[in-house]
Design a binder for this molecule. Structure first.
Ligand code: PMP
Ligand code: GLN
Length: 377
């Protein structure tokens, strides 16, 4: 059977969520909230369907949604983005990333990927004929810019960045942005920036969206997800911001792939996002969950690494066992009733890793029950 991804099996999220339901475990693995999305959004989407917004949306997306997003970019990041030519609504963030890579990659092009990396990046690069060039993050999850520089070759076409980061919970700093700028000055390349957790940033820190930096935006695709921030991962809706010429090239692919996205959700989100509080309140909302989870985990023998953004935190567990993380995650879900994600799933070489990712974007009672089980280990 022909396959462009002969090495690839089923994603860790599918596997772990299946195990979680098979063993009736608490699912702190796959990143999705277990609480309902905002009731107003439910009303708005229902109204949109009732008012017959049920036919194809325009190919680049519902214009009022693109407009309200551009207002947000202006007010949060001081970025002037043209709704007609620089933003495209997509069926999810993953699709936006994939389409950006499809737009730019030619066979043999190298793409720098920082590991641990969200699991779709490398397969997406390979399917598009590209070659992933892997650079490991430092132990504290900071970016080793000297090693990134050393990984650049005359075939380097792009670098992928992700902030807030899945799985590490780290965020880009102003110094990282400066280092990225220096890298790109030395050798121009595209930047594919995964910012699906843009509003989930804690402790009063700023999200260094690429949208803030017009010079970096000249060659960038910035990808977002409504699902991750508005508690509706099942809507599979996101968007990609890129300069006019790149957006035109992106849409050439998009128009023959899914063409356009689910209309009622776009109409609903356009109305919902007029209220800025809907996104301005998200950082505090998830920070409370992070703080609750971190406090509770102090009673266990897991040691959490700091999380400054996203709804993930990684933990070491050497006071409990020496098992590699994939094996330990199996034991945890089957024998102790808690599903997690082994961080080895975010590396091309899965051996030798001892780190588990927990999703704290869950109801307080879910976190409490999980912590209670983890305390027994
Ligand atoms: N990038 C990262 C880092 C993610 O965690 C996710 C979550 N699934 C995505 C992209 C994709 O988001 P979506 O569900 O909108 O495709
Ligand atoms: N982004 C989510 C996570 O990291 C899951 C998305 C998926 O299941 N593909 O858990």
């Amino acid at each position: 059977i022909p396959s462009k991804l002969p090495q690839v099996g089923t994603t860790v999220f599918t596997t772990m969520s299946a195990l979680a339901s098979q063993y009736h475990a608490i699912n702190l693995g796959q990143g999705f909230p277990d609480f309902p999305m905002n009731g107003k959004l439910v009303e708005l989407v229902t109204d949109a369907m009732r008012h017959n917004y049920n036919q194809y949306a325009p190919m680049p997306g519902w214009m009022p949604l693109r407009e309200v997003l551009c207002e947000k970019f202006e007010s949060l990041y001081g970025a002037t983005i043209h709704p007609d030519s620089e933003i495209t609504i997509t069926p999810g963030g993953t699709y936006a990333l994939y389409t950006a890579l499809t737009t730019i990659l030619e066979p043999g092009d190298e793409v720098i990927v920082l590991e641990p990396a969200y699991d779709s990046y490398v397969p997406n690069i390979i399917v598009n004929g590209g070659v992933p060039v892997l650079v490991s993050l430092n132990d504290d999850f900071s970016i080793p810019w000297d090693r990134v520089g050393a990984a650049v070759s005359d075939r380097t076409k792009a670098i992928m960045i992700n902030s807030p980061n899945n799985p590490t919970g780290s965020i880009l700093s102003a110094d990282d942005i400066e280092a990225l700028r220096q890298l790109i000055r030395r050798q121009p390349m595209f930047i594919v920036s995964d910012e699906v957790y843009e509003h989930l940033v804690f402790d009063g820190k700023a999200h260094h969206s690429l949208l803030r930096y017009p010079d970096l935006m000249e060659n960038a695709f910035v990808c977002f997800s409504f699902g991750k921030v508005y508690h509706c991962t099942g809507w599979k809706l996101g968007y990609c911001v890129a300069p006019k010429a790149l957006t035109a090239a992106f849409r050439k692919i998009h128009q023959y792939n899914c063409f356009s996205c689910h209309t009622p959700s776009q109409v609903a989100l356009a109305g919902f996002l007029k209220d800025k509080d809907q996104y301005l309140s998200l950082g505090a909302f998830f920070q409370e969950k992070r703080d609750f989870f971190f406090k509770g985990m102090e009673a266990t023998r897991f040691v959490l690494k700091p999380s400054f953004g996203s709804y993930f935190a990684c933990a070491t567990y050497n006071r409990i066992t020496d098992l590699p993380d994939a094996q330990f995650a199996g034991v945890l879900v089957k024998d102790h009733g808690v599903a997690t994600i082994p961080v080895s799933a975010f590396y091309q070489d899965p051996s030798g890793h001892h780190l588990l990712r927990f999703c704290f974007g869950k109801k307080q009672e879910t976190l409490e029950k999980a912590i209670e089980k983890l305390t027994r280990l």
